[in-house]
Design a protein around this ligand. Structure first.
Ligand SMILES: CC(C)(COP(=O)(O)OP(=O)(O)OC[C@H]1O[C@@H](n2cnc3c(N)ncnc32)[C@H](O)[C@@H]1OP(=O)(O)O)[C@@H](O)C(=O)NCCC(=O)NCCS
Length: 322
Protein backbone atom coordinates (compact mmCIF):
# COMPACT_ATOMS: atom_id res chain seq x y z
CA UNK A 1 0.00 0.00 0.00
CA UNK A 2 1.26 3.48 -0.91
CA UNK A 3 0.17 6.40 1.22
CA UNK A 4 -0.32 9.85 -0.30
CA UNK A 5 -2.28 13.03 0.45
CA UNK A 6 -5.85 13.47 -0.79
CA UNK A 7 -6.43 15.12 -4.17
CA UNK A 8 -9.75 16.67 -5.25
CA UNK A 9 -10.38 13.81 -7.72
CA UNK A 10 -10.51 11.38 -4.77
CA UNK A 11 -13.58 12.93 -3.16
CA UNK A 12 -16.29 10.52 -4.36
CA UNK A 13 -14.14 7.44 -3.70
CA UNK A 14 -13.26 8.65 -0.21
CA UNK A 15 -16.90 9.23 0.70
CA UNK A 16 -17.73 5.74 -0.65
CA UNK A 17 -14.94 4.28 1.48
CA UNK A 18 -16.25 6.01 4.60
CA UNK A 19 -19.75 4.79 3.79
CA UNK A 20 -18.56 1.18 3.35
CA UNK A 21 -16.80 1.48 6.74
CA UNK A 22 -19.97 2.79 8.45
CA UNK A 23 -18.34 6.09 9.32
CA UNK A 24 -21.01 8.41 7.94
CA UNK A 25 -23.48 10.01 10.33
CA UNK A 26 -26.54 11.99 9.26
CA UNK A 27 -25.37 15.07 11.18
CA UNK A 28 -21.93 15.16 9.48
CA UNK A 29 -21.72 16.13 5.81
CA UNK A 30 -18.65 14.24 4.56
CA UNK A 31 -18.08 16.63 1.61
CA UNK A 32 -18.05 19.59 3.97
CA UNK A 33 -15.77 17.71 6.38
CA UNK A 34 -13.23 17.14 3.57
CA UNK A 35 -13.19 20.80 2.53
CA UNK A 36 -13.10 22.04 6.13
CA UNK A 37 -10.13 19.82 6.98
CA UNK A 38 -8.10 20.65 3.86
CA UNK A 39 -8.80 24.39 3.98
CA UNK A 40 -7.85 24.64 7.64
CA UNK A 41 -4.12 24.70 6.90
CA UNK A 42 -3.49 22.27 9.77
CA UNK A 43 -5.18 19.10 8.58
CA UNK A 44 -4.79 16.51 5.86
CA UNK A 45 -6.47 13.37 4.57
CA UNK A 46 -3.97 10.60 3.90
CA UNK A 47 -5.04 7.87 1.52
CA UNK A 48 -3.74 4.34 1.03
CA UNK A 49 -3.68 2.84 -2.45
CA UNK A 50 -2.94 -0.72 -3.47
CA UNK A 51 -3.19 -2.18 -6.99
CA UNK A 52 -4.49 1.18 -8.22
CA UNK A 53 -7.42 1.07 -5.79
CA UNK A 54 -8.26 3.18 -2.77
CA UNK A 55 -7.98 0.79 0.19
CA UNK A 56 -7.88 3.08 3.19
CA UNK A 57 -7.55 6.53 4.62
CA UNK A 58 -7.27 8.67 7.70
CA UNK A 59 -7.99 12.31 8.45
CA UNK A 60 -5.33 13.92 10.61
CA UNK A 61 -4.95 17.41 11.97
CA UNK A 62 -3.94 19.42 14.99
CA UNK A 63 -5.74 22.13 16.89
CA UNK A 64 -2.60 24.01 17.94
CA UNK A 65 -2.30 21.87 21.05
CA UNK A 66 -2.91 18.22 20.22
CA UNK A 67 -3.13 16.04 17.17
CA UNK A 68 -6.39 14.31 16.25
CA UNK A 69 -7.26 11.35 14.05
CA UNK A 70 -10.64 11.01 12.37
CA UNK A 71 -12.25 8.83 9.74
CA UNK A 72 -9.70 6.01 9.92
CA UNK A 73 -10.94 3.45 7.42
CA UNK A 74 -9.71 0.33 5.69
CA UNK A 75 -11.95 -1.18 3.00
CA UNK A 76 -13.75 -4.21 4.53
CA UNK A 77 -12.16 -6.71 2.11
CA UNK A 78 -8.65 -5.33 2.81
CA UNK A 79 -8.61 -5.55 6.59
CA UNK A 80 -6.20 -7.47 8.83
CA UNK A 81 -3.23 -6.93 6.51
CA UNK A 82 -1.57 -4.18 8.52
CA UNK A 83 -3.03 -1.30 6.46
CA UNK A 84 -4.81 0.27 9.44
CA UNK A 85 -1.60 0.26 11.46
CA UNK A 86 0.37 1.84 8.60
CA UNK A 87 -2.22 4.58 8.12
CA UNK A 88 -2.09 5.41 11.84
CA UNK A 89 1.72 5.50 11.69
CA UNK A 90 1.57 7.84 8.68
CA UNK A 91 -0.84 10.13 10.54
CA UNK A 92 1.46 10.10 13.57
CA UNK A 93 4.43 11.04 11.36
CA UNK A 94 2.38 13.89 9.90
CA UNK A 95 1.78 15.12 13.45
CA UNK A 96 5.33 14.72 14.74
CA UNK A 97 6.61 16.59 11.67
CA UNK A 98 4.49 19.49 12.97
CA UNK A 99 5.68 19.04 16.59
CA UNK A 100 2.31 17.87 17.93
CA UNK A 101 3.17 16.08 21.20
CA UNK A 102 0.18 13.76 21.34
CA UNK A 103 -2.31 12.00 19.07
CA UNK A 104 -5.88 11.57 20.22
CA UNK A 105 -9.09 10.23 18.81
CA UNK A 106 -12.65 9.51 19.79
CA UNK A 107 -14.31 6.14 19.34
CA UNK A 108 -18.01 5.58 19.48
CA UNK A 109 -18.88 3.57 22.56
CA UNK A 110 -20.27 0.61 20.59
CA UNK A 111 -17.19 0.31 18.34
CA UNK A 112 -15.34 -2.24 20.47
CA UNK A 113 -13.41 -3.51 17.41
CA UNK A 114 -11.86 -0.07 16.80
CA UNK A 115 -10.93 0.13 20.48
CA UNK A 116 -9.13 -3.19 20.26
CA UNK A 117 -7.40 -2.14 17.04
CA UNK A 118 -6.14 1.12 18.61
CA UNK A 119 -5.03 -0.74 21.73
CA UNK A 120 -2.95 -3.05 19.56
CA UNK A 121 -1.28 -0.17 17.77
CA UNK A 122 -0.24 1.43 21.04
CA UNK A 123 -3.10 3.65 22.18
CA UNK A 124 -4.59 3.55 25.64
CA UNK A 125 -7.98 4.45 26.92
CA UNK A 126 -8.00 7.66 28.90
CA UNK A 127 -10.39 8.57 31.66
CA UNK A 128 -11.79 11.79 30.27
CA UNK A 129 -15.35 12.77 29.56
CA UNK A 130 -15.84 14.30 26.12
CA UNK A 131 -18.20 17.27 26.18
CA UNK A 132 -19.57 19.06 23.17
CA UNK A 133 -22.00 21.69 22.01
CA UNK A 134 -23.41 22.24 18.53
CA UNK A 135 -22.47 25.65 17.20
CA UNK A 136 -24.36 25.25 13.93
CA UNK A 137 -27.81 24.93 15.50
CA UNK A 138 -28.14 21.29 14.40
CA UNK A 139 -30.09 19.13 16.86
CA UNK A 140 -28.18 16.86 19.19
CA UNK A 141 -28.36 13.33 17.78
CA UNK A 142 -30.87 11.32 19.81
CA UNK A 143 -28.64 8.24 19.74
CA UNK A 144 -25.84 10.06 21.55
CA UNK A 145 -26.70 8.77 25.00
CA UNK A 146 -24.04 9.77 27.50
CA UNK A 147 -21.62 7.00 28.28
CA UNK A 148 -22.51 6.93 31.98
CA UNK A 149 -26.12 6.15 31.08
CA UNK A 150 -25.17 3.06 29.09
CA UNK A 151 -24.88 -0.37 30.63
CA UNK A 152 -21.32 -1.63 31.00
CA UNK A 153 -20.53 -4.87 29.15
CA UNK A 154 -20.39 -8.07 31.26
CA UNK A 155 -16.91 -9.36 32.10
CA UNK A 156 -15.80 -13.01 32.03
CA UNK A 157 -13.84 -13.77 35.18
CA UNK A 158 -12.15 -16.66 36.94
CA UNK A 159 -12.66 -16.92 40.69
CA UNK A 160 -9.87 -18.60 42.63
CA UNK A 161 -10.53 -19.89 46.16
CA UNK A 162 -7.56 -20.35 48.47
CA UNK A 163 -7.29 -21.84 51.95
CA UNK A 164 -4.90 -22.05 54.88
CA UNK A 165 -5.24 -25.06 57.18
CA UNK A 166 -2.85 -23.95 59.92
CA UNK A 167 -1.87 -20.60 61.41
CA UNK A 168 1.27 -18.94 60.01
CA UNK A 169 4.51 -20.15 61.54
CA UNK A 170 6.70 -17.32 60.22
CA UNK A 171 7.33 -14.31 62.48
CA UNK A 172 4.86 -11.42 62.03
CA UNK A 173 5.58 -8.93 59.24
CA UNK A 174 6.71 -5.70 60.93
CA UNK A 175 4.62 -2.56 60.52
CA UNK A 176 5.96 -0.05 57.98
CA UNK A 177 7.26 3.26 59.26
CA UNK A 178 4.13 5.34 59.12
CA UNK A 179 1.53 6.66 61.54
CA UNK A 180 -0.59 3.53 61.37
CA UNK A 181 -3.62 2.48 63.40
CA UNK A 182 -5.62 -0.71 62.80
CA UNK A 183 -9.06 -0.34 64.32
CA UNK A 184 -12.19 -2.45 64.21
CA UNK A 185 -15.17 -0.56 62.80
CA UNK A 186 -17.83 -1.60 65.29
CA UNK A 187 -21.35 -1.66 63.90
CA UNK A 188 -20.42 0.67 61.02
CA UNK A 189 -23.07 2.60 59.12
CA UNK A 190 -23.72 1.36 55.58
CA UNK A 191 -22.59 4.79 54.34
CA UNK A 192 -19.17 4.45 55.96
CA UNK A 193 -18.87 0.85 54.85
CA UNK A 194 -19.78 1.67 51.23
CA UNK A 195 -17.25 4.50 51.28
CA UNK A 196 -14.53 2.00 52.24
CA UNK A 197 -15.78 -0.59 49.75
CA UNK A 198 -15.74 1.89 46.90
CA UNK A 199 -12.46 3.56 47.86
CA UNK A 200 -10.72 0.16 47.86
CA UNK A 201 -12.62 -1.67 45.13
CA UNK A 202 -13.43 0.99 42.55
CA UNK A 203 -10.64 -0.10 40.19
CA UNK A 204 -11.33 -3.79 40.68
CA UNK A 205 -15.02 -3.95 39.75
CA UNK A 206 -16.20 -4.46 43.33
CA UNK A 207 -19.88 -3.96 42.67
CA UNK A 208 -21.80 -6.64 44.55
CA UNK A 209 -22.27 -4.75 47.78
CA UNK A 210 -23.07 -1.45 46.13
CA UNK A 211 -26.24 -2.98 44.74
CA UNK A 212 -27.27 -4.91 47.84
CA UNK A 213 -30.43 -3.69 49.59
CA UNK A 214 -29.36 -1.50 52.50
CA UNK A 215 -31.03 -3.71 55.11
CA UNK A 216 -29.29 -6.81 53.84
CA UNK A 217 -25.90 -5.11 53.81
CA UNK A 218 -26.51 -3.60 57.26
CA UNK A 219 -27.36 -7.04 58.67
CA UNK A 220 -24.03 -8.43 57.43
CA UNK A 221 -21.70 -5.63 58.44
CA UNK A 222 -23.28 -5.20 61.87
CA UNK A 223 -23.31 -8.95 62.62
CA UNK A 224 -21.13 -9.65 65.70
CA UNK A 225 -19.41 -12.45 63.76
CA UNK A 226 -18.33 -10.14 60.93
CA UNK A 227 -15.27 -8.08 61.81
CA UNK A 228 -14.27 -5.08 59.74
CA UNK A 229 -10.82 -3.72 60.44
CA UNK A 230 -9.80 -0.39 58.98
CA UNK A 231 -6.16 0.61 58.47
CA UNK A 232 -5.75 4.33 59.13
CA UNK A 233 -2.59 6.10 58.00
CA UNK A 234 -2.25 9.53 59.52
CA UNK A 235 -5.91 9.28 60.48
CA UNK A 236 -7.02 8.61 56.90
CA UNK A 237 -8.65 5.28 55.89
CA UNK A 238 -6.04 3.45 53.81
CA UNK A 239 -7.65 0.02 53.46
CA UNK A 240 -9.77 -2.56 55.17
CA UNK A 241 -10.03 -6.25 55.94
CA UNK A 242 -13.30 -8.05 56.58
CA UNK A 243 -13.33 -11.34 58.48
CA UNK A 244 -16.48 -13.39 58.30
CA UNK A 245 -16.84 -15.92 61.13
CA UNK A 246 -20.48 -16.79 60.43
CA UNK A 247 -19.74 -20.23 58.94
CA UNK A 248 -17.92 -22.10 61.63
CA UNK A 249 -15.43 -23.77 61.76
CA UNK A 250 -14.17 -21.64 58.83
CA UNK A 251 -13.23 -18.00 58.77
CA UNK A 252 -13.40 -16.21 55.48
CA UNK A 253 -11.23 -13.24 54.69
CA UNK A 254 -14.16 -11.85 52.77
CA UNK A 255 -12.61 -8.56 51.65
CA UNK A 256 -9.12 -7.21 51.83
CA UNK A 257 -7.62 -4.26 50.02
CA UNK A 258 -5.93 -0.90 50.14
CA UNK A 259 -7.06 2.46 48.81
CA UNK A 260 -5.01 3.06 45.59
CA UNK A 261 -2.88 5.92 47.02
CA UNK A 262 -1.60 3.58 49.75
CA UNK A 263 -0.54 0.70 47.49
CA UNK A 264 3.22 0.19 47.19
CA UNK A 265 4.13 1.69 50.58
CA UNK A 266 4.73 -1.54 52.46
CA UNK A 267 1.35 -1.48 54.19
CA UNK A 268 -0.31 -4.37 52.30
CA UNK A 269 2.00 -7.12 53.49
CA UNK A 270 1.84 -6.04 57.11
CA UNK A 271 -1.92 -5.56 57.11
CA UNK A 272 -2.60 -8.88 55.34
CA UNK A 273 -0.34 -10.74 57.76
CA UNK A 274 -2.08 -9.01 60.67
CA UNK A 275 -5.53 -9.87 59.28
CA UNK A 276 -4.57 -13.54 58.80
CA UNK A 277 -3.37 -13.75 62.43
CA UNK A 278 -6.56 -12.04 63.56
CA UNK A 279 -8.56 -14.61 61.57
CA UNK A 280 -6.73 -17.46 63.33
CA UNK A 281 -7.24 -15.92 66.78
CA UNK A 282 -10.63 -17.62 67.30
CA UNK A 283 -9.14 -21.09 66.60
CA UNK A 284 -10.88 -21.95 63.28
CA UNK A 285 -10.16 -25.11 61.29
CA UNK A 286 -9.41 -23.15 58.18
CA UNK A 287 -9.08 -19.60 56.89
CA UNK A 288 -10.07 -19.05 53.30
CA UNK A 289 -10.22 -16.26 50.77
CA UNK A 290 -11.31 -15.81 47.18
CA UNK A 291 -9.95 -13.55 44.50
CA UNK A 292 -10.88 -13.04 40.88
CA UNK A 293 -9.20 -12.02 37.66
CA UNK A 294 -10.67 -8.52 38.02
CA UNK A 295 -8.78 -8.01 41.31
CA UNK A 296 -5.29 -6.48 41.52
CA UNK A 297 -2.98 -8.87 39.60
CA UNK A 298 -0.71 -9.12 42.65
CA UNK A 299 -3.52 -10.31 44.96
CA UNK A 300 -3.31 -14.01 44.04
CA UNK A 301 0.52 -14.34 44.33
CA UNK A 302 0.40 -12.33 47.57
CA UNK A 303 -2.10 -14.73 49.17
CA UNK A 304 0.02 -17.66 48.01
CA UNK A 305 3.14 -16.11 49.52
CA UNK A 306 1.34 -15.86 52.83
CA UNK A 307 0.58 -19.60 52.82
CA UNK A 308 -2.82 -19.85 51.13
CA UNK A 309 -3.25 -22.74 48.71
CA UNK A 310 -5.66 -22.91 45.81
CA UNK A 311 -8.52 -25.36 46.35
CA UNK A 312 -11.03 -24.32 43.67
CA UNK A 313 -11.29 -22.32 40.49
CA UNK A 314 -14.47 -21.44 38.69
CA UNK A 315 -15.44 -19.39 35.66
CA UNK A 316 -18.15 -16.77 36.09
CA UNK A 317 -19.56 -13.72 34.41
CA UNK A 318 -19.57 -10.47 36.27
CA UNK A 319 -22.30 -8.01 35.38
CA UNK A 320 -21.00 -4.63 36.54
CA UNK A 321 -24.52 -3.18 36.33
CA UNK A 322 -26.26 -5.52 38.77
C1 LIG B 1 -10.19 -0.29 12.54
C2 LIG B 1 -9.63 -0.61 11.14
C3 LIG B 1 -9.13 0.69 10.53
C4 LIG B 1 -8.47 -1.62 11.30
O1 LIG B 1 -7.84 -1.79 10.03
P1 LIG B 1 -6.97 -3.09 9.67
O2 LIG B 1 -6.21 -2.78 8.44
O3 LIG B 1 -7.84 -4.30 9.66
O4 LIG B 1 -5.97 -3.19 10.93
P2 LIG B 1 -4.51 -3.88 10.92
O5 LIG B 1 -4.50 -5.06 10.01
O6 LIG B 1 -3.47 -2.83 10.72
O7 LIG B 1 -4.45 -4.38 12.44
C5 LIG B 1 -3.54 -3.89 13.41
C6 LIG B 1 -3.74 -4.67 14.70
O8 LIG B 1 -5.08 -4.51 15.17
C7 LIG B 1 -5.73 -5.79 15.27
N1 LIG B 1 -7.11 -5.64 14.85
C8 LIG B 1 -7.57 -5.09 13.72
N2 LIG B 1 -8.91 -5.15 13.69
C9 LIG B 1 -9.29 -5.76 14.83
C10 LIG B 1 -10.54 -6.16 15.35
N3 LIG B 1 -11.68 -5.92 14.71
N4 LIG B 1 -10.57 -6.79 16.54
C11 LIG B 1 -9.43 -7.07 17.22
N5 LIG B 1 -8.19 -6.72 16.75
C12 LIG B 1 -8.14 -6.07 15.58
C13 LIG B 1 -4.96 -6.68 14.31
O9 LIG B 1 -5.08 -8.04 14.65
C14 LIG B 1 -3.56 -6.17 14.49
O10 LIG B 1 -3.04 -6.67 15.70
P3 LIG B 1 -1.53 -7.24 15.84
O11 LIG B 1 -0.66 -6.20 15.21
O12 LIG B 1 -1.37 -7.37 17.32
O13 LIG B 1 -1.52 -8.51 15.09
C15 LIG B 1 -10.71 -1.26 10.23
O14 LIG B 1 -11.25 -2.38 10.88
C16 LIG B 1 -11.86 -0.35 9.87
O15 LIG B 1 -11.80 0.38 8.88
N6 LIG B 1 -12.96 -0.39 10.65
C17 LIG B 1 -14.16 0.40 10.36
C18 LIG B 1 -13.95 1.86 10.58
C19 LIG B 1 -13.62 2.23 12.02
O16 LIG B 1 -14.19 1.69 12.95
N7 LIG B 1 -12.69 3.19 12.16
C20 LIG B 1 -12.27 3.69 13.44
C21 LIG B 1 -13.20 4.76 13.87
S1 LIG B 1 -12.75 5.37 15.46
Amino acid sequence: MDIRPFEPRDEAAVVDLWRSCDLLRPWNDPHRDIVFCRDSGHGEILLGEADGELVGGVMVGHDGHRGWLYYLAVAPERRRQGFGRRLVEAAERWLTDRSAPKAELMIRHENAAAMEFYRRVGYRRESRAVMGRRLDGAPWPAEDIPMEARPLPPVDITITCLEMLAPPDAPPVPAPLMKLALLRAERPSTGFYLYLYDAVGRDWTWVERKHMPEEELGAIIRDERVEIYVAYVGGVPAGYAELDRRKRPDVELAYFGLVPEFIGRGLGRHFLDWAIRQAWSSGPERVWVHTCTEDHPRALPLYQRFGFQVFAREAATLDPNV
